[in-house]
Design a protein around this ligand. Structure first.
Ligand code: UTP
Length: 307
C-alpha cells in the first residue's frame, strides 16, 4: 500500500502575456479565448477536476481578472436565466463553478517565467504534492492525461511528468526526457534536457504541460536564477530536484492541441466541435465545403492591397 499524499491541489499559471496572439490578447487573456463555446482555461480545470483535484490555484497577472469572474457566481445572470426557464444553461454554469473556497487566485506581479509563476503558488499549496497544468495545452482522450498521471503517482510517489512524442527533427523546441524502466502505467525518467541541440536528444518524448510535483520544488525555485530567455525556468528547477528525488513519466497517447499557437488553437476548435454530437455533422460539412472551394493562399483583394 502506498502512503503517498494524494494530489488535491492544482496550479494553473495564467500570467503570461500571450504575445503570439496579439492583438487578440491585448485586452482578453489568451486563456479566455474560446474553443467552441468554452474558454481554453475551462478545459484544463475540467481535466483537473476529473483527476480528483479539489482546489484550483490560479496564478494570474495584470488584465486577467476576467478569469476570476469566469469561475465566480454571476447572480444576475443566473436570475435572468431562471426567469427565462433556461435550465440547461443554468446547470452548465453550476457545473463549471468551483465550490466556495475551492479556488484561489494569486498574482505574479511581473511575468518572470513559468518557474517564477509556480513559485508564486507556494503558500497556497503548502507541504503536499500538487498538479501543474499549462492551460495552453488541451487534450482529447477517453481518460484524461492527468487522471492517468495521478494513478501512476499513487503507486510511485515522487514527481510525475506527462510526455508525448514529437517529430525527431523538432526535439530542439522542447523539454525532452530519457526514458528508463517501466513502472505501473509509466516509466522511470533517467534524465531531462531542455531544448537539446539538434541531433543530441536522448529521445523524442517531450514534456506536454502536465506535471505532478513535490513541494520541495518551491525551495529550489526560491533561489533559482533566470535561465533561457532571461526567465526563471521550471525545467532548470526540476533538474535540480531530480538530484534528490525520483521522476516518472506517463506517455500520453491522446490528441493534444497547443492553444498557445494559432494553428493549434484552430485545430482545437475543429477537433472539439467534431466531438460535439450537436455540431459534428454541420461542422464536417462546412469543412469539406471549404476544403473543396478555397485554394491554398487564396487571398481577399483587400489583403493584397494592404501589402
Ligand atoms: P508561454 O511562454 O507559452 O506563454 O508560457 P506566454 O508567455 O503567455 O505566451 P507567448 O509566447 O507570449 O505567446 C506557458 C504558460 O506559462 C504561463 C503562461 O500564461 C502560459 O500558460 N506563464 C508564463 C506565466 O504564468 N508566467 C510567466 O512569467 C510566463
Amino acid at each position: 500500500m502506498s502512503t503517498q499524499k494524494p494530489v488535491r491541489k492544482a496550479v494553473f499559471p495564467v500570467a503570461g502575456l500571450g504575445t503570439r496572439f496579439l492583438p487578440a490578447t491585448k485586452a482578453v487573456p489568451k486563456e479566455m479565448l474560446t474553443v467552441v463555446d468554452r474558454p481554453v482555461i475551462q478545459y484544463v480545470v475540467d481535466e483537473a477536476r476529473e483527476a480528483g483535484v479539489e482546489h484550483f490555484v490560479f496564478v494570474t497577472g495584470r488584465n486577467k481578472s476576467v478569469i476570476e469572474d469566469h469561475f465566480d457566481l454571476q447572480v444576475e445572470l443566473n436570475d435572468t436565466l431562471r426567469k427565462r426557464g433556461k435550465t440547461v444553461e443554468i446547470r452548465q454554469l453550476e457545473e463549471l463553478q468551483p465550490k466556495p473556497g475551492q479556488a484561489s487566485f494569486t498574482r505574479q506581479q511581473a511575468p518572470l517565467g513559468l518557474g517564477h509563476a509556480v513559485w508564486c503558488a507556494r503558500d497556497i499549496i503548502g507541504d503536499e504534492p500538487f498538479a501543474l497544468l499549462l492551460p495552453d495545452m488541451i487534450m482529447q482522450s477517453p481518460k484524461s492525461c492527468l487522471s492517468s498521471m495521478v494513478e501512476l503517482h499513487s503507486k510511485t510517489g515522487g514527481n510525475v511528468l506527462g510526455v508525448e512524442e514529437c517529430k525527431p527533427e523538432d526535439t530542439h523546441k522542447y523539454g525532452i526526457i530519457d526514458r528508463g524502466d517501466k513502472v505501473g502505467n509509466g516509466f522511470i525518467i533517467n534524465d531531462m534536457v531542455e531544448k537539446p541541440p539538434q541531433g543530441s536528444a536522448p529521445s523524442n518524448l517531450y514534456l506536454n504541460g502536465r506535471y505532478i510535483l513535490q513541494p520541495k520544488i518551491f525551495d529550489i525555485l526560491e533561489h533559482q536564477k533566470s535561465g533561457a530567455g532571461g526567465e526563471i525556468q521550471l525545467t532548470d528547477a526540476m533538474l535540480r530536484l531530480a538530484e534528490t528525488e525520483d521522476f516518472y513519466g506517463f506517455h500520453f497517447k491522446g490528441r493534444t492541441f497547443d492553444c498557445g499557437s494559432k494553428e493549434g488553437f484552430i485545430a482545437a476548435n475543429v477537433a472539439f466541435s467534431l466531438w460535439r454530437p450537436d455540431m459534428a455533422d454541420n461542422v464536417r460539412h462546412e469543412i469539406e465545403k471549404l476544403l473543396s472551394e478555397v485554394k491554398p493562399f487564396e487571398r481577399r483583394q483587400s489583403d493584397r492591397r494592404e501589402q
